[in-house]
Ligand binder design. Structure first.
Ligand code: 5RP
Length: 231
């Protein structure tokens, strides 16, 4: 593989462990996007090479490309039952509410996470926070509606800092949309914020994943993996 994100012992350990613990021969699984999920994809690829019949729904074109490199057969959403999906996160709160979308794949990641019977989140300790919000919240928007979305958010939250990802060379999502990275400060009520943002015409999805994770696994710099208890 020449698409490696660089070696990180914790990310590899947790990516591998999620596949070893939750993926069985014959399953259709969801595969997330990012430098931690990269290792889960590698592990699945090794098992496919060894003869297992695992298929995957990819959460991004980048992940689809990695799957092709590993000869992991790709299928569409809801083409098969999906017992498990594995994905990373940018922040994990003690109650397992997440911020995702640092890689810009939040819309498809949420679609896959919602379909999966079990959504397994793989992170390193740096992602664990007491309250969400230090990481700017990615909000996927229809480009045409950007001025309206920015105006509505700013009216409602005058202090929020809103930055279009990519600036004058906007990052374009796999769905043809743009991403606004929004600094709201500490997010005490993630669900309420997600609902309010999605009520703005032009907002496609937010990076808040609340009450979606079923398991959170943490891999540290010693290569040890633990399950994070939900508080
Ligand atoms: C992509 C994501 C990723 O899961 C998130 O950004 C974490 O990535 P990484 O494992 O590289 O830190 O949400 O949209």
């Amino acid at each position: 593989m020449n698409d490696s994100p660089g070696f990180d012992i914790g990310k590899r350990a947790v990516g591998y462990a999620a596949v070893d613990d939750f993926v069985q021969d014959g399953m259709c699984i969801g595969l997330g996007t990012g430098t931690t999920t990269y290792w889960a994809i590698e592990r699945v690829g090794q098992r496919v090479a060894a003869g297992e019949r695992i298929t995957a729904v990819a959460t991004s074109e980048h992940t689809a490309s990695l799957c092709r490199q590993w000869n992991i057969p790709l299928v569409g959403l809801l083409q098969h039952e999906m017992p498990v999906a594995i994905d990373g996160a940018d922040e994990v709160a003690p109650d397992w509410a997440l911020i995702k979308g640092g890689g810009g794949a939040l819309f498809r990641e949420k679609a896959v996470a919602l379909v999966a019977e079990r959504f397994v989140v793989v992170v390193t300790p740096s992602k664990l926070v007491s309250v969400l919000g230090a990481f700017p919240l990615p909000v996927e928007i229809v480009p045409f509606a950007e001025p309206y979305v920015v105006r509505e958010i700013s009216r409602w939250h005058p202090d929020v800092e809103i930055v279009r990802r990519g600036g004058d060379m906007p990052f374009v999502s796999d769905n043809g949309n743009w991403i606004l990275d929004c600094r709201f400060g500490p997010i005490d009520e993630p669900r309420a914020l997600d609902v309010a943002l999605r009520e703005i015409h032009g907002v496609v999805a937010t990076g808040i994943f609340e009450s979606i994770a079923n398991v959170v696994m943490v891999g540290d710099e010693n290569g040890e993996v633990r399950a994070l208890p939900r508080i």
